[in-house]
Design a binder for this molecule. Structure first.
Ligand code: ADP
Length: 165
């Protein structure tokens, strides 16, 4: 039984994240999408909202489940009895940060391996942050986020003049 963990902020989940989850779920028996609960960083959506959006977006993948964790990833990995961390790579700019993170985790837990999955070209410019920014300034985020995320973004940041009641 091969179980992998895909950790991240997922604030909110984008179609780029969904792509990485689909690719990794096809390779492993079970995939845990783990939303990092960071007490230092508030974020746009709270942990329950992020998990709900991720669950909805990944409902079509039967061997995925969504969870959350606080503190060190390696502790969560041990608790989940998984030795495989999945991370997504968009561009060279991701590499440095990801490399550092993977090296640190290797130091902390040598038995754990980090796997990188390269994104699809159409998602290579997508991040949770850029999606929120584009949306905030009234740009189209069509094809960038799952429908449930779009709905919540509209609830959170209603366009001027729109009565959301
Ligand atoms: P973190 O704060 O841990 O970087 P994110 O939610 O931003 O969390 O990202 C989680 C992982 O998903 C990271 O490995 C990131 O590089 C990857 N990722 C984010 N957006 C995309 C995308 N559009 N395509 C592929 N991977 C992505």
């Amino acid at each position: 039984m091969r179980k992998a963990v895909y950790p991240g902020s997922f604030d909110p989940i984008t179609n780029g994240h969904v792509y990485i989850a689909e690719r990794s779920a096809a390779l492993f028996d079970e995939l845990v999408v783990a939303v990092l609960f960071n007490t230092q960083k508030q974020g746009t959506f709270n942990i329950e909202e992020r998990k709900a959006m991720a669950r909805e977006a990944l409902i079509h993948i039967p061997n995925v489940h969504v969870s959350s964790f606080e503190g060190l990833l390696v502790d969560f990995m041990r608790q989940e009895r998984s030795r495989i961390i999945i991370r997504g790579l968009r561009a060279l700019s991701d590499f440095e940060y990801e490399f550092q993170l993977a090296q640190m985790n290797r130091q902390l837990a040598p038995e754990i391996e980090t796997f990188f999955i390269v994104t699809e070209a159409q998602y290579s410019y997508l991040s949770s942050r850029s999606v929120k920014e584009v949306f905030h300034f009234g740009g189209s985020i069509q094809g960038m986020v799952p429908p449930g995320v779009y709905r919540r973004l509209r609830e959170r940041f209603p366009p001027p003049g729109l009565d959301m009641r």
